[in-house]
Ligand binder design. Sequence first.
Ligand code: DO4
Ligand code: MG
Length: 289
Amino acid sequence: MQYYTLTGAKRQAIAVHDGETAYDLTSAVDAIESFRDLAHAAHIADTTIDDIARSLFDRATELSVDELQERAACPTTPNEVWAAGVTYHISEKAREAESGMPDVYLDVYEGERPEIFFKATPSRTVGPNDAIGVREDSSWDVPEPELGIVLYRGNIVGYTVGNDVSSRSIEGENPLYLPQAKIYDRCCAIGPCIATPDTVEDPHELEMQMTIMRDEEILFEGSASTSEMVKTCEDLVSYYTRHNAVPEMAVLLTGTALVPDDSFSLQPGDNVDITIEDIGTLQNSVTLV
Ligand code: DO4
Ligand code: MG
């Protein structure tokens, strides 16, 4: 099932789409108003999030699918967003090309230990239909479409679409500048929903597409599959949670499979659409930060 956090005039609500009908679960139980509340309830009841949701259907108000899309906000407020890098061949090649120190990227692409880095806090993360940021002190900026793993207490409870917006000029100057290339205001987007593992049967077989528009013109259009990833989601989660007291709710992005040509850089006013099979489309505009 797919879970949407909805903004509203009075309060937020958590809604679910089971493939046929959409339900406002908060209308059934006031105390459940976020994906985290559902995950918490499932944890206490020792059951799945989908089972908790199903148990509320007969008391919940039905919604139209249009309303889900129109009112969709950030699907969860993760305490932390982390990201993996150089998990696809195309990303490894792009990093080698932009860097004066290409060997570090080849070593991590081929190595057993993945590159996993801190990406964002809730204050730096935006949801669907909000603006992602490009830094004013950067000259080369790209969206990075990535499958996001949603974790509750370190366990996989769902998947979302993520955008690891990045400065290639800052990272390319020196790999030690990575935190500045990756972490800044509006550097991360997730959404439009969280699809639970029963809905995403195999996270390693998902088609993804990205389209970048400027003034009604398509500047980039590309597609890839998560089957091209050299690591598994389980591997990435295992390294992220190792010797690391992970927070209650986290998102782990799994690396980019799509890299626009080197001549491309995001500009304020651009629109980025990222679609991942079984999850949906994350749409964001671009602003200067
Ligand atoms: O080492 C740089 C990070 C690469 C990255 O974010 C990616 O491959 O998605
Ligand atoms: Mg990335």
